[in-house]
Design a binder for this molecule. Sequence first.
Ligand SMILES: Cc1cc2nc3c(=O)[nH]c(=O)nc-3n(C[C@H](O)[C@H](O)[C@H](O)COP(=O)(O)O)c2cc1C
Length: 358
Amino acid sequence: MSFNTFGRVFRFTTWGESHGPALGAVVDGCPPGIALGEADIQPWLDRRRPGQSRFTTQRQEPDQVRILSGVFEGRTTGTPISLMIENVDQRSKDYSAIAQAYRPGHADYAYDAKYGLRDYRGGGRSSARETAARVAAGAVARAVIPQVRVRAWVEAIGGDAIDDAAFDDAQIDANPFFCPDAGAAARWEEKMDAARKAGSSLGAVIACEATGVPAGWGAPLYAKLDSELAAACMSINAVKGVEIGDGFAAAALSGEQNADPMRPGADGTPAFLANHAGGIAGGIATGQPVRVRVAFKPTSSILTPVPSITRDGTPTEVMTRGRHDPCVGIRGVPVVEAMVALVLADQALLHRAQCGIS
Ligand SMILES: Cc1cc2nc3c(=O)[nH]c(=O)nc-3n(C[C@H](O)[C@H](O)[C@H](O)COP(=O)(O)O)c2cc1C
Protein backbone atom coordinates (compact mmCIF):
# COMPACT_ATOMS: atom_id res chain seq x y z
CA MET A 1 0.00 0.00 0.00
CA SER A 2 1.30 3.42 -0.84
CA PHE A 3 -1.12 5.69 1.06
CA ASN A 4 -1.22 8.74 -1.14
CA THR A 5 -5.02 8.70 -1.24
CA PHE A 6 -7.46 10.03 1.38
CA GLY A 7 -11.26 9.83 1.65
CA ARG A 8 -13.97 7.24 1.07
CA VAL A 9 -16.49 8.60 -1.46
CA PHE A 10 -14.95 12.02 -2.08
CA ARG A 11 -11.37 10.80 -2.54
CA PHE A 12 -8.21 12.61 -3.49
CA THR A 13 -4.73 11.42 -4.37
CA THR A 14 -1.74 13.77 -4.28
CA TRP A 15 1.42 13.36 -6.35
CA GLY A 16 4.72 15.17 -6.74
CA GLU A 17 7.82 16.19 -4.83
CA SER A 18 9.46 19.36 -3.58
CA HIS A 19 11.94 19.62 -6.45
CA GLY A 20 10.05 17.89 -9.27
CA PRO A 21 8.67 19.91 -12.17
CA ALA A 22 5.15 19.97 -10.70
CA LEU A 23 2.86 18.51 -8.07
CA GLY A 24 -0.87 18.08 -7.84
CA ALA A 25 -3.97 16.19 -6.82
CA VAL A 26 -6.53 13.98 -8.50
CA VAL A 27 -9.96 14.40 -6.91
CA ASP A 28 -12.28 11.48 -7.64
CA GLY A 29 -15.89 11.01 -6.58
CA CYS A 30 -16.85 14.66 -6.86
CA PRO A 31 -20.55 14.99 -7.77
CA PRO A 32 -21.27 16.31 -11.28
CA GLY A 33 -22.70 19.74 -12.03
CA ILE A 34 -20.83 21.75 -9.40
CA ALA A 35 -19.62 25.14 -10.58
CA LEU A 36 -15.81 25.05 -10.48
CA GLY A 37 -12.99 26.98 -12.09
CA GLU A 38 -9.36 27.78 -11.34
CA ALA A 39 -10.51 31.08 -9.81
CA ASP A 40 -12.40 29.11 -7.13
CA ILE A 41 -9.19 27.31 -6.12
CA GLN A 42 -6.51 29.99 -6.49
CA PRO A 43 -7.48 32.23 -3.51
CA TRP A 44 -7.02 29.30 -1.10
CA LEU A 45 -3.60 28.50 -2.58
CA ASP A 46 -2.66 32.17 -2.32
CA ARG A 47 -3.27 32.03 1.45
CA ARG A 48 -0.80 29.14 1.76
CA ARG A 49 1.76 30.52 -0.73
CA PRO A 50 5.34 30.84 0.60
CA GLY A 51 7.37 34.04 0.67
CA GLN A 52 4.55 36.41 1.65
CA SER A 53 6.19 37.75 4.80
CA ARG A 54 9.50 37.50 6.61
CA PHE A 55 7.85 34.97 8.89
CA THR A 56 7.58 32.30 6.18
CA THR A 57 10.06 30.61 3.84
CA GLN A 58 11.46 32.88 1.15
CA ARG A 59 10.99 30.24 -1.54
CA GLN A 60 9.01 32.10 -4.22
CA GLU A 61 6.34 29.85 -5.67
CA PRO A 62 3.39 31.44 -7.50
CA ASP A 63 1.42 28.20 -6.92
CA GLN A 64 -0.76 28.77 -9.95
CA VAL A 65 -3.24 25.93 -10.26
CA ARG A 66 -4.36 24.39 -13.55
CA ILE A 67 -7.40 22.16 -13.91
CA LEU A 68 -6.43 19.44 -16.39
CA SER A 69 -9.59 17.34 -16.35
CA GLY A 70 -13.00 16.74 -14.81
CA VAL A 71 -14.47 20.18 -15.51
CA PHE A 72 -16.39 21.11 -18.67
CA GLU A 73 -17.91 24.52 -19.36
CA GLY A 74 -17.34 25.57 -15.74
CA ARG A 75 -18.99 22.54 -14.14
CA THR A 76 -17.65 19.31 -12.68
CA THR A 77 -18.42 16.33 -14.91
CA GLY A 78 -18.28 13.59 -12.24
CA THR A 79 -14.98 12.32 -13.66
CA PRO A 80 -11.55 12.67 -11.98
CA ILE A 81 -10.53 16.28 -11.46
CA SER A 82 -6.81 16.61 -12.03
CA LEU A 83 -5.14 19.68 -10.52
CA MET A 84 -1.56 20.67 -11.30
CA ILE A 85 0.76 23.24 -9.70
CA GLU A 86 4.20 23.84 -11.20
CA ASN A 87 7.31 24.13 -9.03
CA VAL A 88 9.27 27.10 -10.31
CA ASP A 89 11.69 28.09 -7.51
CA GLN A 90 13.36 24.84 -6.56
CA ARG A 91 17.08 25.24 -5.83
CA SER A 92 18.64 21.80 -5.55
CA LYS A 93 22.05 23.22 -4.73
CA ASP A 94 20.70 24.37 -1.33
CA TYR A 95 20.50 20.71 -0.36
CA SER A 96 23.72 19.26 -1.76
CA ALA A 97 25.42 19.51 1.67
CA ILE A 98 22.85 17.21 3.28
CA ALA A 99 22.73 14.58 0.53
CA GLN A 100 24.59 12.20 2.85
CA ALA A 101 23.61 13.59 6.29
CA TYR A 102 20.28 12.95 7.98
CA ARG A 103 18.47 16.11 9.06
CA PRO A 104 17.14 15.59 12.62
CA GLY A 105 13.37 16.08 12.82
CA HIS A 106 12.97 15.36 9.11
CA ALA A 107 11.98 12.14 7.36
CA ASP A 108 15.48 11.57 5.90
CA TYR A 109 16.53 8.61 8.04
CA ALA A 110 13.03 7.10 8.17
CA TYR A 111 12.63 7.22 4.34
CA ASP A 112 16.08 5.66 3.89
CA ALA A 113 15.23 2.95 6.41
CA LYS A 114 11.97 2.17 4.59
CA TYR A 115 12.83 2.60 0.90
CA GLY A 116 16.62 2.25 0.85
CA LEU A 117 16.96 5.52 -1.05
CA ARG A 118 15.60 9.04 -0.84
CA ASP A 119 15.22 12.21 -2.87
CA TYR A 120 17.21 14.54 -0.62
CA ARG A 121 16.30 17.67 -2.59
CA GLY A 122 14.08 19.58 -0.17
CA GLY A 123 12.90 16.34 1.43
CA GLY A 124 11.35 15.04 -1.80
CA ARG A 125 7.91 13.61 -1.19
CA SER A 126 8.11 14.27 2.57
CA SER A 127 8.36 18.02 1.90
CA ALA A 128 5.37 20.14 2.84
CA ARG A 129 5.26 21.35 -0.78
CA GLU A 130 2.79 18.44 -1.01
CA THR A 131 0.35 20.39 1.14
CA ALA A 132 -0.27 22.78 -1.77
CA ALA A 133 -2.03 19.87 -3.51
CA ARG A 134 -4.17 19.31 -0.41
CA VAL A 135 -5.19 22.95 -0.38
CA ALA A 136 -6.19 22.76 -4.06
CA ALA A 137 -8.23 19.60 -3.42
CA GLY A 138 -9.73 21.28 -0.34
CA ALA A 139 -11.05 24.09 -2.52
CA VAL A 140 -12.99 21.51 -4.56
CA ALA A 141 -14.34 20.07 -1.29
CA ARG A 142 -15.57 23.51 -0.27
CA ALA A 143 -17.51 23.76 -3.53
CA VAL A 144 -19.26 20.46 -2.66
CA ILE A 145 -20.44 21.76 0.74
CA PRO A 146 -21.03 25.50 0.21
CA GLN A 147 -23.32 25.59 3.28
CA VAL A 148 -20.30 24.91 5.52
CA ARG A 149 -17.78 27.58 6.51
CA VAL A 150 -14.38 26.24 7.53
CA ARG A 151 -12.20 28.81 9.26
CA ALA A 152 -8.84 28.31 11.01
CA TRP A 153 -6.48 30.62 12.82
CA VAL A 154 -3.29 30.51 14.88
CA GLU A 155 -4.13 30.26 18.56
CA ALA A 156 -0.62 30.18 20.05
CA ILE A 157 2.99 30.53 18.93
CA GLY A 158 5.84 29.30 21.11
CA GLY A 159 3.42 28.83 24.03
CA ASP A 160 2.11 32.43 23.86
CA ALA A 161 -1.67 32.19 23.32
CA ILE A 162 -4.26 34.68 22.10
CA ASP A 163 -6.69 36.30 24.51
CA ASP A 164 -10.10 34.77 23.68
CA ALA A 165 -11.81 38.00 24.76
CA ALA A 166 -9.89 39.86 22.02
CA PHE A 167 -10.97 37.45 19.25
CA ASP A 168 -11.78 39.36 16.05
CA ASP A 169 -12.46 37.29 12.92
CA ALA A 170 -11.54 40.25 10.69
CA GLN A 171 -8.02 40.24 12.15
CA ILE A 172 -7.25 36.72 10.89
CA ASP A 173 -6.45 37.88 7.36
CA ALA A 174 -5.08 41.25 8.48
CA ASN A 175 -1.69 40.11 9.84
CA PRO A 176 0.99 37.64 8.70
CA PHE A 177 0.13 35.14 11.47
CA PHE A 178 -3.57 34.40 10.76
CA CYS A 179 -4.00 35.70 14.31
CA PRO A 180 -7.47 36.84 15.48
CA ASP A 181 -6.01 38.92 18.34
CA ALA A 182 -4.15 42.08 17.22
CA GLY A 183 -2.28 42.29 20.55
CA ALA A 184 -0.98 38.74 20.25
CA ALA A 185 0.03 39.33 16.62
CA ALA A 186 2.18 42.28 17.73
CA ARG A 187 3.84 40.16 20.42
CA TRP A 188 4.43 37.30 17.99
CA GLU A 189 6.23 39.62 15.59
CA GLU A 190 8.90 40.25 18.25
CA LYS A 191 8.94 36.62 19.31
CA MET A 192 9.44 35.38 15.76
CA ASP A 193 12.15 37.93 15.00
CA ALA A 194 14.00 36.89 18.17
CA ALA A 195 13.73 33.19 17.25
CA ARG A 196 14.97 33.82 13.71
CA LYS A 197 17.91 35.91 14.92
CA ALA A 198 18.81 33.15 17.38
CA GLY A 199 18.81 30.61 14.49
CA SER A 200 15.86 28.87 16.10
CA SER A 201 12.20 28.16 15.36
CA LEU A 202 8.83 28.01 17.15
CA GLY A 203 5.84 25.68 17.33
CA ALA A 204 2.20 26.70 17.05
CA VAL A 205 -1.36 25.67 17.88
CA ILE A 206 -3.96 26.08 15.14
CA ALA A 207 -7.68 26.18 15.92
CA CYS A 208 -10.26 25.36 13.27
CA GLU A 209 -14.02 25.73 13.37
CA ALA A 210 -16.55 24.44 10.84
CA THR A 211 -19.98 26.06 11.06
CA GLY A 212 -23.06 24.98 9.13
CA VAL A 213 -22.31 21.26 9.54
CA PRO A 214 -25.76 19.66 9.82
CA ALA A 215 -26.59 17.24 12.63
CA GLY A 216 -26.17 13.72 11.26
CA TRP A 217 -22.94 13.93 9.27
CA GLY A 218 -20.37 11.48 10.54
CA ALA A 219 -20.57 7.84 11.52
CA PRO A 220 -20.39 5.66 14.62
CA LEU A 221 -17.50 3.60 15.86
CA TYR A 222 -14.79 2.97 13.26
CA ALA A 223 -15.33 6.08 11.17
CA LYS A 224 -16.26 8.56 13.89
CA LEU A 225 -16.15 12.11 12.65
CA ASP A 226 -13.65 12.71 15.49
CA SER A 227 -11.31 10.01 14.20
CA GLU A 228 -11.64 11.06 10.54
CA LEU A 229 -10.74 14.64 11.45
CA ALA A 230 -7.90 13.52 13.70
CA ALA A 231 -6.45 11.27 10.98
CA ALA A 232 -6.78 14.04 8.39
CA CYS A 233 -5.07 16.68 10.52
CA MET A 234 -2.46 14.30 11.92
CA SER A 235 -1.47 13.47 8.31
CA ILE A 236 -0.23 17.06 7.84
CA ASN A 237 3.55 17.51 8.02
CA ALA A 238 4.84 18.57 11.45
CA VAL A 239 1.53 17.92 13.25
CA LYS A 240 2.05 16.17 16.57
CA GLY A 241 -1.32 16.56 18.29
CA VAL A 242 -5.02 16.93 17.45
CA GLU A 243 -7.83 17.72 19.86
CA ILE A 244 -11.58 17.65 19.22
CA GLY A 245 -13.53 20.18 21.30
CA ASP A 246 -11.92 20.59 24.71
CA GLY A 247 -9.68 17.60 24.00
CA PHE A 248 -7.17 16.88 26.74
CA ALA A 249 -8.58 19.71 28.89
CA ALA A 250 -11.87 17.77 29.15
CA ALA A 251 -10.05 15.13 31.18
CA ALA A 252 -9.57 17.70 33.96
CA LEU A 253 -13.26 18.68 34.09
CA SER A 254 -16.07 17.17 36.12
CA GLY A 255 -19.10 15.68 34.38
CA GLU A 256 -21.29 18.69 35.07
CA GLN A 257 -18.59 21.11 33.87
CA ASN A 258 -18.08 19.13 30.67
CA ALA A 259 -21.79 18.65 29.84
CA ASP A 260 -23.22 20.46 26.86
CA PRO A 261 -26.67 21.21 28.35
CA MET A 262 -29.64 21.26 25.98
CA ARG A 263 -32.80 23.34 25.88
CA PRO A 264 -35.57 23.45 23.25
CA GLY A 265 -34.40 25.54 20.33
CA ALA A 266 -35.87 26.76 17.06
CA ASP A 267 -37.67 24.32 14.70
CA GLY A 268 -37.59 21.51 17.25
CA THR A 269 -33.80 21.33 17.18
CA PRO A 270 -31.89 21.55 20.45
CA ALA A 271 -30.25 24.73 21.66
CA PHE A 272 -26.94 23.70 23.19
CA LEU A 273 -25.71 25.87 26.07
CA ALA A 274 -22.04 24.84 25.68
CA ASN A 275 -19.81 23.02 23.17
CA HIS A 276 -17.15 21.11 25.07
CA ALA A 277 -17.63 18.17 22.70
CA GLY A 278 -16.59 20.18 19.64
CA GLY A 279 -19.88 19.59 17.82
CA ILE A 280 -19.60 15.79 17.72
CA ALA A 281 -21.32 13.11 19.84
CA GLY A 282 -20.98 9.39 19.20
CA GLY A 283 -18.93 10.22 16.12
CA ILE A 284 -21.83 12.13 14.56
CA ALA A 285 -22.22 15.90 14.16
CA THR A 286 -24.73 17.54 16.51
CA GLY A 287 -25.21 20.69 14.44
CA GLN A 288 -22.97 22.74 16.72
CA PRO A 289 -19.71 24.19 15.33
CA VAL A 290 -17.17 21.42 14.79
CA ARG A 291 -14.02 22.44 16.67
CA VAL A 292 -10.53 21.03 16.12
CA ARG A 293 -7.16 22.12 17.52
CA VAL A 294 -3.89 21.08 15.94
CA ALA A 295 -0.37 21.24 17.43
CA PHE A 296 2.51 21.91 15.02
CA LYS A 297 6.03 21.20 16.21
CA PRO A 298 8.74 23.86 15.75
CA THR A 299 10.45 23.83 12.35
CA SER A 300 13.19 21.21 12.33
CA SER A 301 15.45 23.05 9.87
CA ILE A 302 17.22 25.69 11.95
CA LEU A 303 20.40 27.73 11.59
CA THR A 304 21.77 26.23 14.82
CA PRO A 305 23.91 23.09 14.31
CA VAL A 306 22.27 19.85 15.54
CA PRO A 307 24.21 16.58 16.05
CA SER A 308 23.41 13.87 13.51
CA ILE A 309 24.97 11.08 11.49
CA THR A 310 25.63 10.44 7.81
CA ARG A 311 24.25 7.50 5.82
CA ASP A 312 27.34 5.46 6.67
CA GLY A 313 27.03 6.21 10.40
CA THR A 314 29.70 8.91 10.74
CA PRO A 315 28.94 11.61 13.35
CA THR A 316 28.27 15.02 11.85
CA GLU A 317 26.38 18.25 12.53
CA VAL A 318 23.48 19.49 10.44
CA MET A 319 22.86 23.21 10.04
CA THR A 320 20.26 24.51 7.62
CA ARG A 321 21.26 26.70 4.72
CA GLY A 322 18.16 26.39 2.52
CA ARG A 323 15.02 28.54 2.84
CA HIS A 324 12.65 27.49 5.61
CA ASP A 325 9.55 28.50 7.54
CA PRO A 326 10.64 29.71 11.01
CA CYS A 327 7.22 28.59 12.30
CA VAL A 328 5.54 26.00 10.07
CA GLY A 329 2.27 26.30 11.96
CA ILE A 330 1.54 29.66 10.32
CA ARG A 331 1.34 28.21 6.82
CA GLY A 332 -0.40 25.20 8.34
CA VAL A 333 -3.59 27.26 8.74
CA PRO A 334 -4.88 26.87 5.14
CA VAL A 335 -3.76 23.24 5.16
CA VAL A 336 -5.79 22.44 8.29
CA GLU A 337 -8.81 24.18 6.73
CA ALA A 338 -8.38 22.12 3.56
CA MET A 339 -8.17 18.80 5.42
CA VAL A 340 -11.24 19.62 7.51
CA ALA A 341 -13.18 20.61 4.35
CA LEU A 342 -12.07 17.39 2.61
CA VAL A 343 -13.31 15.26 5.53
CA LEU A 344 -16.62 17.11 5.69
CA ALA A 345 -17.28 16.85 1.93
CA ASP A 346 -16.63 13.12 2.19
CA GLN A 347 -18.97 12.84 5.17
CA ALA A 348 -21.69 14.80 3.36
CA LEU A 349 -21.63 12.31 0.47
CA LEU A 350 -21.45 9.31 2.81
CA HIS A 351 -24.46 10.60 4.75
CA ARG A 352 -26.42 11.08 1.53
CA ALA A 353 -25.43 7.59 0.36
CA GLN A 354 -26.63 5.87 3.54
CA CYS A 355 -29.48 8.05 4.75
CA GLY A 356 -30.57 9.66 1.49
CA ILE A 357 -30.46 13.20 2.90
CA SER A 358 -27.95 16.01 2.62
C1 LIG B 1 3.05 24.42 5.35
C2 LIG B 1 4.25 23.71 5.94
C3 LIG B 1 5.53 24.20 5.68
C4 LIG B 1 6.66 23.57 6.20
N1 LIG B 1 7.89 24.11 5.97
C5 LIG B 1 8.97 23.57 6.58
C6 LIG B 1 10.25 24.19 6.47
O1 LIG B 1 10.40 25.23 5.80
N2 LIG B 1 11.30 23.62 7.12
C7 LIG B 1 11.15 22.49 7.89
O2 LIG B 1 12.12 22.04 8.48
N3 LIG B 1 9.95 21.87 8.01
C8 LIG B 1 8.87 22.37 7.37
N4 LIG B 1 7.65 21.76 7.51
C9 LIG B 1 7.56 20.51 8.27
C10 LIG B 1 8.22 19.31 7.58
O3 LIG B 1 7.69 19.10 6.29
C11 LIG B 1 8.08 18.06 8.43
O4 LIG B 1 8.42 18.32 9.76
C12 LIG B 1 8.95 16.93 7.94
O5 LIG B 1 8.54 16.52 6.65
C13 LIG B 1 8.93 15.69 8.84
O6 LIG B 1 7.62 15.21 8.99
P1 LIG B 1 6.89 15.15 10.41
O7 LIG B 1 7.25 16.42 11.14
O8 LIG B 1 5.43 15.10 10.07
O9 LIG B 1 7.40 13.94 11.13
C14 LIG B 1 6.50 22.38 6.99
C15 LIG B 1 5.21 21.90 7.26
C16 LIG B 1 4.08 22.55 6.75
C17 LIG B 1 2.71 22.02 7.05
